[in-house]
Design a protein around this ligand. Structure first.
Ligand SMILES: Nc1ncnc2c1ncn2[C@@H]1O[C@H](COP(=O)(O)OP(=O)(O)OP(=O)(O)O)[C@@H](O)[C@H]1O
Ligand SMILES: [Mg+2]
Length: 814
């Protein structure tokens, strides 16, 4: 009998209703105590699916339905038996009289159990059969007038003989079933009387509920015994056959073992006869490879141990290939230190310059790093991390470092790595397990002295269920620990101390703190149009010409065309799309030349529209700001800076401020502050105070679904509001950034270089920057400083003067 062992069970006390404590409060039906008293010949009915309760049987009914709970509650309260009826339609949620069988079993409630998972079970013991005479209405549970059916008193030798046969067959079945608890056998022996025995066995049979119901409804004892005898006989046949099958399979397994033994003997005989054995040759080959792999003593010992296991194993065994590939890994890993080329700083400088234009600060830092490594090879050198928008050359700088130091280069992307095992490998107990990607990369590089670039450290998944990848990575990067890095698959230490790690990231704030502390961050903020032109001229054009198989004579592209591509077809901090568009142009030319239509093609700015399509980017600025209330702000994003528009509108209302455009909390607060500031300055600005009371103000930051946050749009929001309420236009070539205080001070912000470059890209002529950001001036490229007018503002008044057109277009209605 299965009674949930994890249940908290509480006996139902004989006091009326006391046992209901175990039932959840919602099952207490409103007014249940006031329901009409049940007639004496009526039963409280519980409909069940898939279970037939026989007299004498104890069974836990799962009480899920509201009406069933009410029924059990009432039965306990009144201390009356329940009537258990099988549903004729098991899927009916609220079975009506037509969906129930008419014959059931009365049951005494023994216990009420609330399991830890919240399910309710009523432990019932079946008592006697009954037949429904009439269902009663008007109760919160099912009820019916019933007639109890007395057990047949048939007796005599024919009954006793059948009962005896039944007992024997049941015992036989129990013997054939592999794991029947002893208690069942003992219980079977103890059952007295033919009717009880029949019900006991019927309850235990594994047949469908409908079949059981048929047995329940077979009131004639002799017929019931015959039916059961028949069922048991069939069951015995089935069990016998399945046992035979099991034995036959066991026989065939024995057979394969025998064959294996024979094969082993044959191998020995072959050896005796001096005949070459393929397996032996393979083992000998592995042995030589192990000896020549330059493994440390500990590893070699482990490898030989595994080799021994392999030798003893039949080739077909599943484990054979697992050990084989493990040995392959051990053999192929670069254990030997490998000659390290001395670093030639002058040569390194030449290579860095040859590969990349500009980036002076970055190159200088890389050379310093290499110089320190050269002079103090065993010292703790920091881990370099290149941070910046896509396509600014982070990965290619890493390749350049490898070239400059004469090392192999390997790259490993950490984006989306969630599982510690991806870094550190799976234990060999897993089928198909492999070393982690650090060890895999080192094997790919073929030497321990490689440059290993860990791309996208900022996209490393957070630690979760399967361990924290960041902490595994920390161990990899830590010079104190990485000389004995232990991969789960290898199970032996591997020395990573000779690897030169370089990381890249788009953003810094998602890099796990401890990891970031270990790294020296080198920022690559992006290029100005001028720098991009140089990069295109010197690197990208040549590379794309080679890729399309054209020569410089066949296709000439002028600086003006390159500049047009930069301005009109790309908007990015790096040069990746620029390179792609140049490639598009060359492929187009290649088609024309290959078709024989032209020998030489010169591409000018006017040709671009035909090749690349219409401009992808327009000078949005002029387009947007034709009305008062629109100001251009500058934002920092992980892919470089960007411009963003602040739109303010006014409508009749009651002084509410509405903010939309996926603004974060900080940005919302700065909008509030901007509005307060405009109110405070309404006198100087010439805004009638009623303007605020009689209207709602809506501030919207378009461009989408992207969430925006941070305080640095405060100044732009202030200017947009001032423009809206004074009717003075914001000058369309002005963009601004800065946090504002309620006293009207303009406070410093971050990401100045990225923002200035974005302004330049977008065709802005003047940027307003917080005066206290002057210290960032030297970060701004010289050609940007020349092209842009920079106005350093300390107070919002200065921003108004610089950004708003002088006179109101019209008088502003109050
Ligand atoms: N200063 C430069 N001089 C010459 N080529 C450059 C320069 N900066 C970038 N490139 C070229 O631009 C392309 C893109 O650079 P790279 O793949 O290194 O970008 P990334 O910074 O790694 O970007 P991501 O973050 O998307 O990985 C490369 O072909 C690279 O050589
Ligand atoms: Mg990259």
């Amino acid at each position: 009998m299965k009674v949930p062992t994890h249940a908290t069970d509480r006996p139902i006390s004989p006091d009326a209703g006391a046992g209901i404590e175990a039932a959840p409060p919602e099952s207490r039906m409103e007014g249940a105590a006031e329901t009409r008293p049940l007639p004496d010949d009526a039963l409280i009915i519980v409909p069940v699916r898939n279970v037939v309760l026989f007299p004498g049987m104890v069974f836990p009914l799962t009480v899920g339905r509201e009406r069933s709970r009410a029924a059990v509650y009432e039965a306990a309260r009144l201390q009356r038996p329940l009537g258990v009826l099988l549903q004729s339609r098991p899927d009916a949620e609220q079975p009506g009289p037509d969906e129930l069988h008419r014959v059931g079993t009365t049951a005494n409630l023994i216990r009420y159990i609330t399991a830890t998972d919240g399910a309710h079970h009523a432990i019932c013991q079946g008592v006697q059969r009954f037949r429904v005479l009439q269902f009663l209405e008007g109760y919160p549970f099912m009820a019916a007038r019933v007639e109890l059916i007395a057990e047949s008193a048939q007796a005599g030798p024919d009954i006793e003989g059948r009962a005896q046969g039944l007992k024997e067959r049941a015992a036989q079945i129990l013997e054939l079933l592999p794991q029947v608890p002893k208690e069942v056998v003992t219980a079977l022996q103890g059952v007295e009387g033919a009717p009880r025995l029949a019900d006991f066995i019927a309850g235990l049979m594994d047949i469908g509920a409908e079949e059981k119901q048929a047995l329940l409804e077979t009131l004639d004892l002799r017929t019931r015994l015959d039916k059961l005898l028949d069922l048991l006989a069939r069951r015995i046949e089935v069990l016998k056959v399945s046992r035979e099958i099991a034995e036959r399979t066991r026989g065939s397994i024995d057979d394969s073992q025998r064959k294996h033994l024979l094969r082993e003997q044959m191998r020995t005989i072959q050896k005796e006869l001096g005949e070459a054995d393929e397996g032996a040759a393979e083992i000998a080959g592995l042995e030589r490879a192990i000896a020549g792999a330059g493994m440390p003593a500990e590893v070699e010992k482990q490898a030989r141990k595994e080799l021994k296991r392999l030798e003893r194993m039949p080739e077909g065994a599943g484990e054979y290939s697992m050990i084989r590939s493990y040995l392959d890994w051990l053999i192929e890993l670069p254990w030997a230190p490998g000659a390290e080329a001395a670093i030639d700083i002058a040569e390194a400088r030449r290579i860095l310059d040859a590969d990349h234009f500009g980036l002076e600060k970055v190159k200088k830092r890389i050379l310093e790093y290499l110089a320190v490594r050269k002079l103090n090879p065993s010292g703790r050198s920091p881990i370099l991390c290149f941070a910046g928008p896509p396509g600014v050359g982070k990965t290619s700088l890493g390749q350049s470092i490898a070239r400059a130091t004469g090392r192999q280069f390997a790259r490993l992307s950490l984006g989306g790595v969630h599982d510690e095992a991806e870094i550190r490998g799976h234990r060999r107990t897993y089928i198909g397990s492999l070393p982690g990607n650090i060890i895999q990369s080192v094997r790919k590089a073929g030497t321990r002295n490689c440059v290993l670039m860990l791309d996208e450290v900022d996209k490393l998944g957070a630690g979760g269920f399967h361990g924290d990848p960041a902490s595994a990575l920390l161990e990899v990067l830590d010079p104190e620990q990485n000389a004995t890095f232990r991969d789960n698959y290898l199970g032996v230490p591997f020395d990573l101390s000779g690897v030169m790690f370089v990381c890249t990231a788009n953003v810094l704030d998602t890099i796990p703190g401890p990891l970031r502390d270990r790294m020296e961050i080198i920022q690559l903020p992006g290029y100005t149009a001028q720098e991009k032109l140089q990069i295109a001229r010197r690197y990208l054009v040549a590379r794309q010409l080679a890729a399309t198989g054209l020569t410089a004579e066949q296709c000439a592209i002028g600086d003006d065309a390159l500049a047009a591509i930069i301005d009109d077809y790309t908007r990015e901090a790096g040069v990746r799309n620029l390179e792609r568009e140049i490639g598009n142009v060359f492929r187009n030319v290649a088609v024309r030349i290959a078709e024989g239509g032209a020998q030489r093609v010169a591409v000018g700015p006017a040709d671009l529209a035909a090749i690349l399509g219409v401009h992808k980017f327009e000078a949005e600025v002029a387009m947007r700001s034709g009305v008062p209330g629109v100001a251009t702000g500058l934002a920092w994003t992980p892919v470089g800076g960007d411009i963003l528009f602040i739109e303010a509108a006014r409508m009749p209302g009651a002084g509410k401020l509405i903010l939309t455009g996926q603004l974060g909390e900080v940005m919302k607060e700065s909008a509030q502050a901007a509005l307060s500031l405009v109110k405070a300055h309404s006198g100087e600005l010439g805004i009638a105070p009623e303007a605020f009371e009689k209207s709602d103000i809506h501030v919207h930051v378009p461009a989408g679904a992207t969430p925006k946050d941070g305080p640095s749009a405060g100044l732009a929001i202030f200017v947009a509001l001032a423009s809206l309420l004074t009717g003075r236009l914001v000058r369309s070539d002005v963009a601004m950034t800065g946090e504002i205080s309620l006293r009207g001070l303009v406070l410093p912000i971050g990401g100045v270089k990225e923002k200035v470059l974005a302004a330049l890209r977008a065709g802005i002529g003047t940027v307003l920057l917080p005066a206290r950001n002057r210290r960032d001036l030297e970060d701004i490229p010289a050609d940007a400083r020349e092209k842009l007018g920079i106005v350093w503002v300390e107070h919002v008044d200065e921003a108004i003067a610089a950004a708003l057109s002088p006179a109101a277009l019209e008088t502003v209605p109050a």
